[in-house]
Structure formats: structure tokens, C-alpha cells
Design a protein around this ligand. Structure first.
Ligand SMILES: NC(=O)c1ccc[n+]([C@@H]2O[C@H](COP(=O)([O-])OP(=O)(O)OC[C@H]3O[C@@H](n4cnc5c(N)ncnc54)[C@H](OP(=O)(O)O)[C@@H]3O)[C@@H](O)[C@H]2O)c1
Length: 262
């Protein structure tokens, strides 16, 4: 049955930023597909909530308080997953982000912070997890949550766009390093309804975004989770080094930011 290839029965997935938004939807999708899920983020109540929802779907879940910016906590996250659940099959580097900001108002420190949050943390956790995936599961799948802003250029996205572009390129590089044992793919997410997006939305901005999106709506977290499920599953066993767009057909960014000299 082709549908069986989309199942994650008895696999173990680690998802960062699993307390809300896209990460939570991915955790729940994986649980529905049969996986046990390790939920990592900083806010304990939120990861406990996601873990409880995973358990309600009949799967095991851990809520491991983690700040991805602290490498010792990443080590602890992987150790806890292995101690409690015995293996790691899937890693989703979802925690990330940074708000759009005019280039001339972005300090070098902010550029580096965007790079660290979106690229270095994913690199660090992948380096820690991949050898243990191979050791415990024999193979694995890493999914990086990138952005359409890492593919298309626009004023206001010097820091975030450059960081996500680097994450997408890192995805392709690591796929080469880790083939044939561990697949590494990314999702170039478009505007998706989450708290992070809500923090920069006004009704006018939302109206413009929808108008500029070929599919005529904003994305849902389940749109992204469906792709993350495919990439994690045996259905994608011949797919690595790819950046899959889940962005309503965008070929340019749908958020209009002023140029420096407008
Ligand atoms: N929403 C969009 O339109 C959109 C578009 C393109 C790409 N993306 C990407 O999708 C990913 C998720 O975004 P989202 O919209 O779902 O965001 P969100 O709703 O704000 O959720 C972010 C999650 O990441 C966690 N997180 C934040 N900082 C963290 C840290 N230092 N360590 C560990 N966890 C941390 C948050 O929990 P705590 O704060 O409790 O730690 C939360 O669980 C990001 O990489 C973002 O760049 C989103």
C-alpha cells in the first residue's frame, strides 16, 4: 500500500519549537502517523501541552525544556531522547525566525544573531543528533524549516532572508555529507498563520499579503506539517538535499517593506 510509506510507526522524532505554531503542528502530525515525539522549546507549559496532545493520540511524548541557543541544552535534549525513547529517526530544526527590518537599521550584531538563531543552532543540533541517529536507527531524516524569504529577495529582509538562505544552502551541503544514511531537506515556508506572523500583521498588511499570494490565502500550520510528514517518512526515501516550497506559489515576497531611500 503506497499510503503505508507515509507512516512513521514506532519512529522517534525530535522537534524544536514544538510548543506552538508550525513546530506543534509537525509534532501532532508525526504522532498521528505513529511516531513518538520529543518536544523542545523554552516555555514549559507549551511543550507540556503539545506532549499531552501527542499522548492523547496514543504515542509516547517527552517535553524537554530547551533553548536552542545553548549547545549544552542541545546535548541534553539528544541525551534525554535516547535515554527515554532509545532512538532518534527524525530531527526537525524548526525553532528560528527574526522580524523584517530595514537594512540600515539592522546592526551587524542583529545580522549575526539572525544567523546564529536560524543557521548555527540547526547546524549544532544536527551535528549532535546525526551520529546517534545512525547508531540507533541506522538511518534518519533531518528537516530544516526555512523560508521563502531565503529564496526571494526583498527590502527589509537582509538579516532574516540571508540567514534562511544560508540554512537552505546548509541543507544541501549536509545532504551531501550524510548520504546515503541520513537525508537532509528543508521547507521554504511562506506566510503561515502563527503567533510569530500575527506579531507583524495588521489587517492592511494581511490583505496585501493575500492579494500577492497566487493561491489567494495565507498558509496554515497543517500545510507545512503535511510536507514535513512526507519528508520524514519512507515515502521520501529517495529525496535529499531538496528545498520544498510550501508558500502558495510565491515567486516574490508578499510583505512590502520600504526601501532605504523611498
Ligand atoms: N509563520 C510564518 O509565516 C513563517 C514563514 C516562514 C518561515 N517560518 C519559520 O517557521 C519556524 C517556526 O515559526 P512559527 O511561525 O511557527 O513561530 P512561533 O509560532 O513563534 O513558534 C516558535 C516556536 O519556537 C520556539 N522557540 C523560540 N525561540 C526558541 C529558542 N531560543 N529555543 C527553543 N525554542 C525556541 C517557541 O517557543 P519558546 O518561545 O517557548 O521557546 C515556539 O515553540 C521558524 O523557523 C520561522 O522562521 C515561519
Amino acid at each position: 500500500m503506497i499510503l503505508d510509506r507515509f507512516k512513521l510507526t514506532d519512529r522517534v522524532a525530535v522537534v524544536t519549537g514544538a510548543g506552538r505554531g508550525i513546530g506543534q503542528a509537525i509534532a501532532l502530525a508525526y504522532a498521528e502517523a505513529g511516531a513518538d515525539v520529543v518536544c523542545a522549546a523554552r516555555t514549559v507549559e507549551q511543550i507540556e501541552d503539545t506532549a499531552a496532545r501527542v499522548r492523547a493520540l496514543g504515542r509516547r511524548a517527552l517535553a524537554v525544556p530547551t533553548d536552542v541557543l545553548d549547545e549544552a541544552q542541545l546535548e541534553r535534549l539528544v541525551r534525554t531522547a535516547l535515554d527515554e525513547l532509545g532512538r532518534i529517526d527524525v530531527l526537525v530544526n524548526n525553532a528560528g525566525g527574526s522580524p523584517p527590518k530595514a537594512a540600515l537599521e539592522t546592526s551587524t550584531r542583529e545580522l549575526e544573531a539572525a544567523f546564529r538563531f536560524n543557521v548555527s543552532t540547526a547546524f549544532a543540533l544536527t551535528r549532535i543528533a546525526v551520529p546517534r541517529m545512525v547508531e540507533t536507527a541506522g538511518e534518519g531524516s533531518v528537516i530544516n524549516i526555512s523560508s521563502v524569504a531565503g529564496r526571494e529577495i526583498s527590502p527589509g529582509f537582509a538579516a532574516y532572508g540571508t540567514a534562511k538562505a544560508a540554512l537552505s544552502f546548509l541543507t544541501r551541503e549536509l545532504a551531501q555529507d550524510f548520504a546515503p544514511r541520513v537525508r537532509v531537506n528543508a521547507i521554504a515556508v511562506g506566510s503561515t498563520v502563527t503567533e510569530a506572523l500575527a506579531s507583524v500583521l495588521t489587517p492592511e498588511i494581511e490583505k496585501t499579503m493575500v492579494e500577492l499570494t497566487p493561491m489567494g490565502r495565507l498558509g496554515s500550520v497543517e500545510d507545512v506539517a503535511a510536507c514535513a510528514l512526507y519528508l520524514a517518512s519512507p515515502a521520501a526515501s529517495y529525496v535529499t538535499g531538496e528545498i520544498y516550497g510550501v508558500n502558495g506559489g510565491l515567486t516574490s515576497l508578499n510583505m512590502r517593506m520600504p526601501r532605504a531611500f523611498d
